[in-house]
Design a protein around this ligand. Sequence first.
Ligand SMILES: Nc1ncnc2c1ncn2[C@@H]1O[C@H](COP(=O)(O)OP(=O)(O)OP(=O)(O)O)[C@@H](O)[C@H]1O
Length: 265
Amino acid sequence: MTLASNAQTRPSPFALEVSGVSHSYGTRKALDDVSFSVPQGSFTALLGPNGAGKSTLFSLITRLFNTRAGDIRILGFPLRGQSTEALRRLGVVFQARTLDLDLSIKQNLTYHAALHGIGRRDAEARIAEILKNSELAERLGEKARNLSGGQLRRIEIVRAFMHRPRLILLDEPTTGLDIRSRAEIVSEVRRLVEEENVSVLWATHLIDEIDASDRVVILHRGTVLAEGSVADVTEAENTSSIHDAFTRLTGLAKAAEPKLSDVLA
Ligand SMILES: Nc1ncnc2c1ncn2[C@@H]1O[C@H](COP(=O)(O)OP(=O)(O)OP(=O)(O)O)[C@@H](O)[C@H]1O
């Protein structure tokens, strides 16, 4: 395919389109012909157990790995051919922590902003905008290592929003956090999504992070088993909850977990 025929010419209704993507590590197939989309303005949960292929998919979308089979587009821009246009519209929160613990919170954020060509004054205004009404706004001068795990994660989320991306990827952002921090992070991201009208792909293995109004993509052993609104997926599986639909589709029973709704209530 030539670049000209590959290039985006009109606005896409999708923040992300993944079409026919496969990836192998040696002989182990981690993703097998994966296709799904994230409509603009949606909160889409990528639900899959450990080893489903979520992190591999994120490595392909962020271009840590090259996509050898299939096509990935961000806001209509193909990674193959228009990667600069695609990636400038993307914000990412990786699973592993990536803040510099010896820098202040503000330095971490302004450094990231500078990488995106945002000057100090604009960066400070943007930080204040995102952190309005947050107790973290008072702690910008402190070293990152003074923060709790949940607070560090919240700063990483602020950092991902700094350059006003249109699509945010979060790879199991609540892993290892206590239930209160998990609830805070889920509601903080949902608030930002609403205020900034961004689209989100939220990878998780925790079903209670999914809201009735979300879209969901169920990934298991490198294959998409279901995609659609929570109502569509539960109806298609003839179940009364997304939890039961997940169990039916994957054959995996989920361990009883404390529920976010108990904390948020
Ligand atoms: N670097 C690698 N080399 C070989 N196999 C890998 C590598 N990374 C991942 N895999 C394998 O690919 C499959 C998908 O892994 P991946 O990490 O993408 O899944 P995941 O859904 O993100 O799981 P987790 O939540 O445990 O990170 C698994 O079978 C995993 O063992």
